[in-house]
Design a protein around this ligand. Structure first.
Ligand SMILES: Nc1ncnc2c1ncn2[C@@H]1O[C@H](COP(=O)(O)OP(=O)(O)OP(=O)(O)O)[C@@H](O)[C@H]1O
Ligand SMILES: [Mg+2]
Length: 563
């Protein structure tokens, strides 16, 4: 039995408190199928999110099987199935793979047989058996809704809440999905609630709740709806609601509702031990599921692989091509040293030559660093924002934000490792940047890519959309070069203000500090910018990586439901 007692829900708009739901009281037994209908904006989704525990009521209490959810804590993750209106499956995976992943993330199974059995049960009870190998990207609207429902069945939830899962479907598909939900509700432990605009297929429901402007105006059997409102067919109810003033219908229902509830025959309360049907898997199992799914999606997306490969090959080449002339000069000097230093000194324009050389070494490294920051932003800008709604749903289903960030970290670390090592080794083998030791040089390149990847992951976790995250990340990369002070010196105060945030500066300055002393002298001659010692560069860049991950964790933890 689900019971709502005098629920109020208000939000703050500036100084005003705006009520979205008022005085909602209702009781529904298990084994029941309820529709929530009402005009657009009347609060249907808001009510559903309250029941799901996504929104917190301002006043009143919600009870499940006699347990006060407001005081004794929400239902377990596995007890609730919430099907939002948007698609919650990964396009690049098949129907079966999506279901398998949902099981790994949300329902612990004892062994392989139990796992396979659960996959089969979910496939057959949702009618998706014939489509199991089909990629989600080619599914029809109705089939996608079916899959969304199927993904919620992996935990065998006692409360299945569906928001507009039939909207936008043709009448036949709509009827099929309503029938599926009806079938799922024929289970003595389960209550199925469906929010809908449509008043077709109403007779499949056990009860209909009509909301208007955040108030209940009717809750009863569908066949009594026409009688209560004195209308010929249920569809006329919307036009009728608009005719009377806000609140009038609600007041009239206040007078009549008791008679209806007394006619309910209460079913026995389900004992708690039956209601928890699945246990959320541990962090390790969730990590493996998320990590392997990420790679699967990566390898299925040809465009993504092509882009990554192109960047991997073309960026280091760019560095070499642009610096081709300069490389010769560096080479000449490194071959000439130390014996023929005098020979160089004999040159009339030795000063210009040195300055030139300092500029070339500095430019070469800066170019490498900037391209690595660009790779970093490309790695992670869309990573979270692009799948935010799916993650929000999975978080409700019990996926831990820390594990999610951990899986992203592991995936991105591999990309960063490949990109940075290849860039460093390839460019070094051609250009022979005169570092005292290659290891710290390589590590600083790794760190700048890691720092930008991590900070853009943070941006991605707070952005509204993937496009917004991409744009912000690109701006961030765009500011790296001018604000680094490597090309044009900034006014001193501006340099000190901006430098702490510019990863490219630290990587560049650290590498400069590690160049052979002669070169370091030339570099200091061509730049007015303060050059950080190498150890400080390591500290700051590591700080950037940690900060980005921390921001990403906060962003992921914060609830963000747009639909
Ligand atoms: N977080 C929020 N901040 C401000 N307004 C909100 C918020 N959530 C909902 N609303 C407002 O509350 C009202 C009810 O929203 P809700 O999404 O519940 O409507 P609905 O009945 O589901 O409508 P539809 O049928 O169009 O989906 C709307 O006017 C909406 O703009
Ligand atoms: Mg809605």
């Amino acid at each position: 039995m689900l019971e709502l007692k005098d629920i109020h829900f208000t939000i703050r708009k500036g100084r005003d408190e705006v009520p979205l739901l008022e005085k909602i009281s209702l009781r529904v037994p298990t084994g029941h199928f309820m529709a929530i209908v009402g005009p657009s904006g009347c609060g249907k989704s808001t009510l559903l999110k309250l029941i799901a525990g996504i929104n917190q009521e301002t006043a009143g209490s919600i009870f499940w099987s006699g347990r006060n959810l407001s005081e004794e804590g929400d239902l377990e993750h596995a007890e609730i199935g919430y099907v939002p209106q948007f698609s919650i499956a990964y396009e690049g995976l098949t129907v079966e793979e999506n279901i398998e992943c949902a099981i790994r993330l949300r329902a612990e199974t004892e062994n392989r047989e139990a796992f396979d059995l659960l996959v089969e049960t979910v496939l057959s009870s949702s009618g998706l058996e014939p489509l199991r190998d089909r990629s989600v990207s080619v599914l029809s609207g109705g089939q996608r809704r079916r899959l969304s429902l199927a993904l919620e069945l992996v935990t065998d939830p006692v409360l299945l809440l569906c928001d507009e899962v039939t909207s936008g479907l043709d009448p036949k598909s709509e009827h099929e999905i309503v029938e599926l939900m009806h079938r799922l509700s024929r289970n003595e432990h389960r209550l199925v609630v469906n929010v809908t605009h449509s008043l077709a297929s109403l007779d499949l429901y056990d009860s209909v709740l009509v909301l208007d402007s955040g108030r209940v105006v009717y809750h009863g059997p569908p066949r009594a709806l026409e009688h209560y409102f004195s209308i010929e067919k249920a569809e006329d109810v919307y036009a009728l609601l608009a005719k009377r003033e806000v609140g009038e219908w609600a007041r009239s229902w206040d007078k009549h509702h008791l008679a209806y509830y007394e006619s309910y025959t209460d079913k026995p309360v389900v004992p708690a031990n039956i209601s928890v049907s699945a246990v959320t898997p541990g962090a390790g199992a969730q990590f493996r599921a998320l990590f392997s799914r990420r790679w699967k999606i990566f390898f299925r997306d040809r465009g993504q692989i092509f882009l990554q490969l192109a960047i991997l090959v073309v960026f280091p080449l760019l560095v070499i091509v642009f610096e081709l002339d300069g490389i010769e000069q560096v080479r000449r000097l490194s071959e000439a040293r130390p014996d023929s230093l005098e020979a160089i000194q004999a040159e009339r324009d030795v000063l210009t030559f040195n300055l030139n050389l300092g500029g070339i070494v500095s430019g070469l490294v800066m170019f490498q660093v900037i391209l690595l920051t660009l790779m970093g932003s490309n790695n992670s800008a869309r990573e979270i924002a692009g799948e935010r709604q799916i993650f929000e749903k999975e978080k409700l289903g019990g996926v831990r934000p820390s594990v999610y960030i951990g899986s992203k970290l592991a995936f991105l670390a591999i990309l960063v490792l490949f990109q940075s090592v290849w860039m460093a080794v390839f460019v070094q083998s051609v250009c022979e940047i005169p570092s005292q030791s290659f290891a710290p040089h390589l590590l600083l390149l790794l760190l700048v890519n890691g720092a930008m990847t991590s900070i853009c992951l943070g941006i991605s976790s707070f952005a509204r959309t993937a496009d917004q995250a991409s744009l912000l990340s690109i701006y961030l990369v765009g500011f790296q070069l001018p604000l680094s002070g490597a090309v044009l010196a900034l006014p001193e105060w501006a340099g000190w203000l901006s430098r702490p945030f510019i990863s490219a500066y630290w990587s560049w300055a650290g590498i400069m500090d590690g160049t052979e002393r002669d070169y370091f002298r030339y570099v200091t001659e061509v730049t007015d910018t303060w050059l950080s010692p190498m150890w400080l560069a390591f500290v700051v860049l590591t700080g950037h990586v940690a900060l980005g991950l921390f921001i990403a964790y906060l962003g992921v933890k914060k609830p963000r439901w747009d639909a």
